[in-house]
Design a protein around this ligand. Structure first.
Ligand SMILES: [Zn+2]
Ligand SMILES: [Zn+2]
Length: 133
């Protein structure tokens, strides 16, 4: 395989990983993305998928959400908050406005240049509440 076809293959794999994130509305883990990508490209390795996820989130093409246990990936790249269900571990977008003023307050008090903050609400989702009854 020469350099050019290697490059094309890399580009195609990255696009497949990106497409797969875009198909999800439920903040999948890297593992879930890997399993979905495998359905499209049975030769792709887990390392390749994980590496491409890191590149894509570094570029800002996808959003990486820090969650206890496993990081999630999000097609929504604008700043927003999340809610995690502590029972089923599903992650949802929280319908509340991003508090930009908090970034400035922390900047003023610490001298940091703040790029963003993440907030994770925790609770029991409506579906899990129903299952309890
Ligand atoms: Zn739940
Ligand atoms: Zn989200």
């Amino acid at each position: 395989m020469n350099d050019n076809s290697q490059n094309r293959r890399n580009t195609k794999q990255r696009q497949t990983v990106l497409d797969t994130v875009m198909e999800h509305c439920d903040h999948p883990t890297a593992e879930e993305i890997y399993l979905d990508v495998r359905k499209k490209d049975s030769k792709i390795s887990k390392g390749t998928v994980y590496r491409n996820l890191n590149i894509l989130s570094g570029n800002g093409d996808v959003n990486q959400v820090k969650v206890q246990g496993a990081d999630r990936f999000d097609k929504t790249t604008c700043n927003h908050y999340h809610i995690i269900c502590t029972k089923c571990k599903k992650v949802f977008d929280a319908p509340i406005e991003y508090a930009e003023q908090n970034d400035s307050i922390v900047e003023d008090k610490t001298g940091f240049i703040i790029t963003k903050h993440q907030t994770m609400f925790e609770g029991i989702c409506p579906k899990c509440q129903k299952e309890k009854e």
